[in-house]
Design a binder for this molecule. Structure first.
Ligand code: PBG
Length: 334
């Protein structure tokens, strides 16, 4: 890199700016605040207040009452929004994920409970069928196991309207079907939900880092095959820009890059190229890695957690969805 300034030793000693805490703070380029954090939360339709998730130590599936209480804690901690993900009783799953369209289902019930408890906190809902299908795919599959695009989009637009009706502030299609953002935007406008925002999982990669999540929502054992015919190839970067450009044109208000840390280069390119808020998702496998190494005493969990969250800001993210939300916000509030 060529610099417009002469930076020669000893006129320049870069360590001067690192000498003491106060000057490191003063000259810091980026900062993390609770308002940058979105709480990733797993909710379930059972009686138990909390059910631990084996592959995500420290994380529980919450029932409806606990989710409402958590919304109040989010408000008190200055966390602006919660993203909810459902674990439903397997008996409610079917071939087309029809439970996703149930107006009295788990997600609409949780949305209402959270909005009653803490209306100031934004509620973000995943639009995808995988928590509701017996095969664990994000859409409807044909005989060959291929996820059918346009048939899936038709269901997703209905699912998004159900969520908006229940009071969701943001619907977040995570399915990677082509054309779903436009279809959802049209359905929301027609349904009178012109202020409901769309956060599109625009650049979502076919990643091994989602493993613990599939365990958390109970789709891991169900999933037949992988999601490589709809999620992006980890080898690609230019393709992410095409995905984001299309989603913005179709009406996305915010866009997401997912997973998080291994894809900071994509966050950088997207946030620099498009003048639209870019959200990073620190996914379940990233959480599990940090937790596991921390539990073994191999890394300082708290320090690595805060470092990774700051790195998302440095890369250009407007906010980060994370399972560490409550822990990190507590530290920032202290
Ligand atoms: C599925 C969905 C996934 C996640 C959010 N929505 C998993 C997948 O695509 O298989 C992953 C979240 C995480 O790993 O934390 N629509």
């Amino acid at each position: 890199m060529t610099s417009p300034f002469p930076q020669t030793f000893p006129a320049t000693r870069l360590r001067r700016l690192r000498h003491s805490g106060w000057i490191r703070e003063l000259s810091g380029e980026h900062a993390l605040t609770p308002s940058d954090i979105i709480w990733s939360m797993i909710v379930h339709d059972g009686e138990d207040a909390k059910v631990p998730v084996g592959s995500m130590p420290g994380l529980d599936r919450l029932n409806v009452d606990e989710a409402a209480k958590a919304a109040r804690r989010a408000r008190d901690l200055g966390i602006p929004a919660i993203a909810i993900f459902p674990h439903i009783d397997p008996s409610r799953k079917d071939e087309t994920g029809s439970e996703a369209l149930n107006k009295d289902g788990l997600i609409p019930t949780v949305i209402k409970a959270m909005k009653d408890a803490a209306p100031e906190v934004g509620v973000i809902c995943d639009v995808a069928l995988d928590p509701f299908t017996i095969h664990g795919h994000d859409g409807v599959v044909d005989e060959a196991g291929y996820v059918r695009n346009d048939d899936t989009v038709e269901l997703l637009r209905q699912q998004a309207v159900v969520q908006a009706e229940a009071g969701a502030d943001i619907v977040a299609p995570s399915d990677m079907m082509d054309g779903r953002v436009g279809a959802i935007r049209t359905a929301l406008e027609e349904g009178g939900f012109s202020n409901t925002m769309i956060l599109s999982y625009a650049a979502k990669y076919a990643s091994g880092f989602y493993g613990p999540y599939r365990d958390a929502i109970g789709s891991a054992s169900a999933l037949k095959g992988d999601k490589k015919t709809y999620q992006q190839n980890p080898a690609n970067s230019d393709e992410a820009l095409r995905e984001v450009a299309m989603d913005i044109a179709e009406g996305a208000d915010l866009v997401m890059v997912k997973p998080g840390l291994p894809y900071l280069d994509i966050i950088r390119r997207v946030s620099e190229t498009f003048a639209v808020p870019t959200i990073a998702f620190q996914v379940s496998g990233e959480y599990a890695q940090i937790k596991a190494a921390g539990q073994n005493g191999w890394i300082d969990e708290e320090r690595v957690m805060m470092e990774t969250l700051l790195c998302f800001k440095r890369a250009g993210a407007a906010g980060v969805i994370t399972y560490f939300a409550e822990a990190a916000a507590q530290i920032l509030n202290d």
